[in-house]
Design a protein around this ligand. Structure first.
Ligand code: THU
Length: 164
């Protein structure tokens, strides 16, 4: 038996002004998207924005439904839309922000497991790691790859292709 350790690096920023101009633009897009969320059930609004390799910024928000599981998180709304519109264009960076009745939540929002899986697949699909900015009111965390958000991930290895 041997032990193995997985560690991830997170850059922590206290102020938005420490980010690059592009990152600040992305954060603004995520924040604007957040305000457009449809979250009448949870009243927890999430906004995401993705900067693509072609310079476009695609944003999205969580969309809830009376049949609860039919709703979708902001991250997946954003990435699925981006990939549907630009199937050959990689994501360069992504920002995620969330707010409740009291405003932007204090600690950076952490994407749910299903969104992490989709974020990872987007990275694998385009063979390009992208930065993820998790935005909170008191700090911003920057993660350099969605692989870091989902260690020991399912990447589809062993799925049967072209089976007889
Ligand atoms: N939600 C997101 O949009 N992204 C996440 O990463 C976590 C949760 C949404 C789903 C639901 O509409 C609301 O937040 C409460 O869970």
């Amino acid at each position: 038996m041997k032990n193995t350790t997985i560690s991830i690096q997170i850059e922590v920023y206290d102020k938005q002004s420490e980010l690059t101009n592009n990152e600040q633009k992305l954060l603004t897009a995520a924040s604007e998207a957040c305000q457009k969320a449809y979250a009448p059930y949870s009243e927890f609004k999430v906004g995401a924005a993705a900067l693509l390799d072609n310079g476009e910024i695609i944003s999205g928000s969580n969309q809830e439904n009376a049949a609860y599981p039919s709703g979708l998180c902001a991250e997946r709304v954003t990435l699925f839309y981006a990939n549907a519109q630009y199937p050959n264009t990689a994501v360069v960076s992504m920002a995620i922000i969330a707010m409740n009745k009291n405003g932007v939540i204090e600690t950076p929002v952490a994407p749910c497991g299903a969104c992490r899986q989709v974020m990872l697949q987007t990275e694998l699909r385009f063979k390009k790691a992208y930065d993820i900015l998790l935005v909170g009111n008191s700090s911003i965390q920057k993660i350099k790859s969605s692989k870091d958000l989902l260690p020991l991930s399912f990447i589809g290895e062993g799925l049967l292709k072209g089976k007889k």
